[in-house]
Design a protein around this ligand. Structure first.
Ligand code: NAD
Length: 524
């Protein structure tokens, strides 16, 4: 690999893919009884980093999906009966395998998504962290016992696996989001059928092969299965499939709404992780050096394509002028470049359509009264003047915006940030909450009182609320997810595991009497 000029020769790409078990003409259906020639259309995966072809993937159709569910259903009773700590030990081997493959996987994520290598390494690290977490969890799937009101009775809650679950993932975290679901779901005793984004099948195939091989070695092949395919075909089929006890969907609010409707119509369960529109509040007493660094990573990291990316910066009026200057100065220093180059801070957007959407979004913002302070244009040359190929590079943008703009209530999945002003904390919190989404939020302040108000029930209405750090880059230990149109789901840490299990309340009578609850008498 030639990281110096940040390009990978074709042969190096081929070698990388081969090490990860991916052929140049690759089946997108991967499981125990994998289809060499699935019935869907073949499509070529193009790297946004340079517009080069990476591999051709033959996608799955409905029948391939049905096969995958069948394979999963067949192994599930044995996986369910495997003690949870033993399931955990198998996931531990996955963590080890990911550690070994971390660099190769990170390079593949970078090539496929365009995120800079440091962030791709972080994504694989996140998978490892979730796997380690799931190993510990496998011994802690606690139920509670409660004192029974009846003598000689025991009352308890216990947790059982759901069965086969479906997992739909977005392009921007092509591996980590699956692992949040899959590793936790697996130690809980479930099988997981995965349909990744059409734009990132290769990372999914590599991860599936790595983890699937470990399961197969232990005789549990089929616990994880993968079907790459179109959202409108495989995704729709998954949502409508009564065999799936849960559909965990990560993606845009529009897709999540559709999935919720289809799954809801069959009274199935969903776990939804949808779009965000995240604000960071900057109070006059904030530390500007800390705030500006955090705002920069939050807004520009992953080229603004994180669900938790900062989309709105709310500035207290008395310091708004100076912050505008700090921010423009920081944004000017952002090195847009090839995502494999060590110095790049901002790689390309996922594809040319995303660049078009960003340009259209900026046009609409201007029409609504937004004023571009900095950036927004496409970029043809990197920070050293070297040409950038593929047509997916943009300069992160800062806009002066106001609350009356419809655009500030929408998620534009690109590095575009609205700067807005407020007078006092009450107004800032109202602005923070005045959008349909409710994922992540942050406040920068030196005041304990302001921080506490932001975190109180009167404060942020989001699933994530941070003080003196940005909105993105969550650790896996806490439950992750958001409110309102973000879907209400929680994944990863905390007690999110409960979403992958069914709760059973059991009462055991060890006495020779039959007292009824609430003191009811029903004697003959
Ligand atoms: P997307 O909504 O276009 O696609 C997400 C997944 O849904 C893909 O696998 C897609 O094929 C599938 N899909 C599409 N149509 C479907 C249908 N009719 N039925 C079932 N599945 C269907 O999202 P994207 O562009 O890949 O990702 C970006 C979006 O994801 C952003 O809105 C971002 O905020 C969101 N996201 C949210 C989180 C979170 O945790 N809240 C995390 C990552 C991304």
């Amino acid at each position: 690999m030639n990281l110096l000029d940040a390009s990978l020769e074709r042969t190096e790409v081929r070698r990388l893919l081969a090490r990860l078990g991916i052929a140049e003409e690759q089946s997108g259906v991967v499981h125990e009884e994998w289809a060499e020639s699935p019935a869907g259309e073949p499509w070529t995966v193009v790297s946004p980093a340079d517009g080069g072809d990476l591999a051709t993937v033959r996608s799955g159709a409905e029948e391939d999906y049905d096969d995958a569910v069948y394979v999963a259903q067949r192994v599930w009773p044995r996986w369910r009966d495997c003690p949870a700590p033993r399931r955990g030990l198998i996931v531990r081997e996955m963590a080890e395998a990911l550690r070994m493959a971390q660099e190769d996987l990170a390079v593949l994520i970078t090539l496929e998504t365009g995120k800079i290598l440091a962030e791709s390494r972080g994504e694989v690290q996140e998978m490892i962290d979730v796997a380690d977490f799931a190993v510990g969890l496998s011994r802690q799937l606690y139920g509670r016992t409660m004192p029974s009101e009846r003598p000689g009775h025991r009352l308890m809650e216990q947790w059982h696996p759901l069965g086969v679950i479906g997992c739909l993932t977005a392009f921007n975290f092509p591996a980590a989001v699956w692992s949040w679901n899959a590793f936790v779901a697996a130690v809980c005793g479930n099988c997981v059928v995965w349909k990744p984004s059409e734009r990132t099948p290769l990372t999914a195939i590599a991860v599936q092969k790595l983890c699937g091989a470990i399961l197969a070695r232990h005789g549990y092949g089929g616990v994880f299965t993968l079907v790459c395919g179109a959202g409108g075909v495989v995704g729709e089929r998954m949502a409508a499939d009564r065999r799936l006890a849960l559909v965990a969907a990560t993606g845009s609010t529009g897709v999540g709404r559709r999935v919720a409707e289809v799954v809801g119509a069959r009274l199935g369960r969903t776990l939804l992780e949808l779009g965000g529109n995240n604000a960071a509040i900057v109070m006059a007493d904030a530390d500007p050096r800390l705030a500006v660094r955090a705002l920069l990573f939050g807004a520009v990291g992953t080229a603004g394509q994180r669900c938790t990316s900062i989309r709105r910066i709310l500035l207290q009026r008395s310091v708004a002028g100076e912050y505008r200057e700090y921010l423009v100065r920081a944004w000017e220093k952002v090195r847009v470049g090839h995502p494999l180059a060590a110095q790049s801070l901002c790689g390309p957007l996922i594809d040319r359509a995303a660049v078009r959407r960003m340009q259209e979004g900026l046009r609409a913002m201007r029409e609504q009264g937004g004023e571009v302070l900095y950036g927004g244009e496409t970029v043809e040359r990197d920070y050293e003047g070297k040409p950038l190929r593929g047509g997916c590079y943009v300069r992160p943008a800062l806009l002066n915006s106001h609350g009356g703009m419809a655009a500030v209530r929408e998620e534009l999945f690109a590095p575009v940030v609205h700067l807005m002003e407020f007078e006092d904390l009450d107004e800032a919190i109202a602005l923070n909450n005045a959008v349909p989404q409710g994922l992540a939020s942050a406040i920068f302040t030196g005041s304990v009182g302001a921080a506490e108000q932001f975190l109180s029930p009167r404060g942020s209405d989001c699933g994530i609320a941070n003080v003196n750090i940005g909105t993105s880059g969550a650790e896996i230990g806490g439950a992750f997810g958001g409110e309102k149109e973000t879907g209400g789901g929680r994944e990863s840490g905390g007690d999110s595991w409960k979403a992958y299990m069914r709760r059973q309340t059991a009462t055991i009578n060890s006495s020779r009497e039959l007292p009824l609850a609430q003191g009811i008498r029903f004697d003959l």
